[in-house]
Write a protein that binds this ligand. Structure first.
Ligand SMILES: *Cc1c(COP(=O)(O)O)cnc(C)c1O
Ligand SMILES: [Zn+2]
Length: 415
């Protein structure tokens, strides 16, 4: 297990010794999120290609030499990570690139990539001897935290906007979380959670505040590289809300270079929904900071108008020579059946947004023919059925007899 060595502010660059209640840079406030740095020379001896080949821990903990948790016994007994990476010849041919890989993170235990962060978050809370963990969430971070808190014996208190999809709220209640539905947007839920956490001293799992959670998310990048036998792709597309996942992907690929396991960091391409695209706008304008604005999109998991991890997200896209894209709700919805029908992977709206962005970039001729592309599917399609239903047709309804069936099948040109 690795002890983080330093916390480095993403804005002013000042470095701090890790401390239990130090979440963001005292000089820069909530904007000053931290990069977590390790003794990479030491870690490089523990995490080698040979050792990983022999490692039969097929979860994100195979990379624990560069994860911030200190005690093995605090690792939650619920597997996260090591999700499949599928190669799709069909998508590569259709969109005129060399290779397309689809990373199905909807296969995590509670159905989203957030499980990578929650696994680390609860282990960290236990490292610190805490018994209550809290967060605000558009939905998935909440379902994820409640599941991991349940197996780890922690009490979880979760703030979600009242409009969160029913499946996600039900998941929370099933796992036994204390669920607080906040009237208003995710931003309101976030602010209330922040105040309550301060007031009652709970452990803060907000990914954009607690620096260790992005460390969990970075393992998605490490897996992509390992699953491709350490030949990292040229481009990685991912959907962006608060900017934690994209920051994690950049961090994961950068750590691999520092550990000598890969040679370069892929171009990281963030995809936002047009109705919730403040990071996209700041990137296109070359702005030094992100302006917050109201958000509205069908993709609830990325319906974020005030992205808290904007500093690390912008830094990751810029440093990797990447790009930001924005796609419409229609483009997101039509991506759901197309991805499912070509790869078998059913993503929720925010889960297929990376694919929608890739499709758009390819159609606009922005990708070289020899490009090797990875698409991260961040959440499972069963999380938000209403979104998916808007993108597909109606089933055939028939009387229970062959004659009725024949008539109905003819009407639909099936026979
Ligand atoms: C949280 C989430 C995102 C966005 O991640 P951020 O770290 O907020 O940018 C994308 N897709 C799904 C399914 C999510 O749950
Ligand atoms: Zn700072």
């Amino acid at each position: 297990m690795a002890k983080p060595q330093l916390l480095k502010c993403a804005i002013c660059g000042k470095e701090y010794e890790p401390e239990e209640n130090l979440y963001t840079c005292p000089d820069c406030g909530l904007d000053g999120t931290f990069h977590v740095l390790y003794d990479y020379e030491k870690a490089a001896k523990e995490i080698t290609k040979e050792k990983l080949r022999e490692n039969d821990d097929f979860s994100l903990w195979r990379y624990k030499a560069v994860l911030p948790v200190e005690k093995d016994e605090n690792i939650p007994p619920l597997a996260a990570g090591w999700t499949p990476l599928y190669s799709s010849q069909k998508l590569a041919r259709t969109y005129g690139v060399k290779e397309v890989y689809v990373k199905d993170d909807g296969r995590n235990p509670t159905g989203s990539l957030k499980d990578r962060a929650s696994a680390v978050g609860v282990a960290k809370a236990l490292d610190y001897g805490r018994d209550v963990i809290a967060c605000a969430s558009t939905g998935n971070a909440a379902s994820s935290l409640s599941g991991f808190a349940a197996v780890s014996g922690l009490k979880s208190i979760i703030f979600v906007p009242e409009s969160a999809p029913v499946a996600k709220i039900t998941q929370l209640l099933v796992y036994g979380a204390c669920v607080v539905l906040v009237k208003g947007t995710y931003e309101k839920a976030f602010d209330l959670a922040t105040e309550a956490i301060e007031r009652w001293g709970w452990y803060n799992r907000n990914c954009a505040i607690n620096p260790y959670l992005v460390e969990g998310k970075k393992t998605c990048a490490m897996e992509i590289a390992e699953q491709l036998n350490w030949d990292a792709p040229d481009f990685v597309f991912v959907s962006v809300g608060d900017g934690c996942i994209i920051s994690g992907l950049y961090k994961g690929f950068s750590d691999l270079v520092k550990l000598g396991l890969t040679e370069r960091v892929p171009h990281i391409v963030g995809v936002q929904a047009e109705g919730a695209s403040p990071i996209y706008k700041a990137f296109k304008e070359g702005a030094p900071r992100v302006e917050f604005s109201p958000a509205s999109t069908v993709a609830d998991s990325i319906s974020v108008g005030a992205p808290r991890n904007w500093a690390k997200a912008l830094n990751g896209v810029r440093s990797s020579g990447g790009d930001m894209l924005a796609v419409s709700d229609d483009e997101i919805l039509s991506a759901i059946p197309e991805l499912a029908r070509t790869t078998g992977v059913f993503g929720e709206p925010a889960g297929v947004t990376a694919f929608a962005g890739f499709r758009k970039a390819a159609r606009e001729g922005k990708l070289p023919k020899d490009a090797r592309v990875a698409l991260v599917v961040t959440g499972n399609g069963l999380k938000d059925i209403d979104g998916a239903r808007r993108a597909v047709g109606q089933p055939i309804v028939t009387e229970p007899c062959l004659l009725g069936l024949e008539k109905a099948l003819k009407e639909r040109n099936v026979i």
